[in-house]
Design a binder for this molecule. Structure first.
Ligand code: MF3
Ligand code: CO
Length: 236
């Protein structure tokens, strides 16, 4: 899990450097595919329930699961880049939302709040807490900043499969659900909207967008629960 996490984390850092006006999302996808091959990894998303690409690229009002294509990144866009890979049978999963050039201050703040929400969730990944302590902390923070958290998609356990039990919602009451125990690995992935929390899926069957067309951000890390506390496997 450490090795797959580190490779995924490094790929995401490299992808972040490539996010610039003029780049297409399929160029990012090609880079990720080649990066994983060079590092003896199998892309986790490619072919997953028929998903056609190595990574997901979700622009602006797209929340998650955007499919890379010919779309050219433009100054002022934001792009969520979500990637996952298996190394020797173990999965790492991580996402960042990058600003393309300069973005307006409201959108910059959305990115900062979503990253901070992820960090607050990670702080709750401690033996003795319960799964809903994570989502409670995420939701409380996001709503205190005037934004909404997506409820229709959740984080997840991760290991020899990308999606394992338990589900890890980004909302809820504290002290509910399964206990967090040593050795668990969890993928935390808050999706935060500037406006409504309501989302819908486009006709391509994948791309999730906000119903009001306002921007959305997504950050994800794979976390191992140790007796000493959370270890972030995908953050470089
Ligand atoms: N990265 C997503 C997750 O965090 C899964 C991507 S869906 C896929 O769970 F179909 F693209 F794989
Ligand atoms: Co995930």
């Amino acid at each position: 899990m450490r090795v797959s996490g580190e490779i995924v984390g490094r790929a995401l850092v490299e992808l972040g450097k490539k996010v610039k006006p003029g780049v297409t999302t399929q160029e990012l996808d090609k880079f990720a595919y080649d990066f994983f091959k060079r590092h003896d990894c199998t892309p986790a998303f490619l072919g997953y329930h028929g998903y056609p690409s190595t990574i997901c690229t979700s622009l602006n009002a797209e929340v998650v699961h955007g499919i890379p294509g010919k779309r050219v990144l433009e100054e002022g866009d934001i792009v969520g880049v979500d990637i996952g890979a298996f190394y020797k049978g173990y999965c790492g999963d991580s996402a960042r939302t990058f600003a393309v050039g300069n973005v307006c201050s409201e959108v910059r703040n959305l990115l900062d709040v979503t990253f901070e929400a992820l960090n607050r969730g990670i702080e709750k990944c401690k033996v003795g807490n319960r799964i809903s302590d994570i989502g409670h902390s995420v939701q409380e923070y996001v709503e205190s900043q005037g934004y909404s958290v997506v409820k229709d998609y959740v984080g997840h356990g991760i290991g020899q499969a990308m999606h394992e039990e338990p589900q890890v919602p980004n909302y809820g009451k504290p002290h509910q659900g399964p206990r967090i125990v040593e050795g668990m690995c969890l993928a935390l992935e808050p999706m935060v909207n500037l406006g409504t929390d309501e989302v819908r899926v486009l006709e391509d069957g994948w791309t999730v967008v906000t119903k009001d067309g306002k921007f959305s951000a997504h950050f994800e890390d794979t976390i191992a629960i140790l007796s000493s506390g959370p270890e972030n496997l995908t953050r470089i």
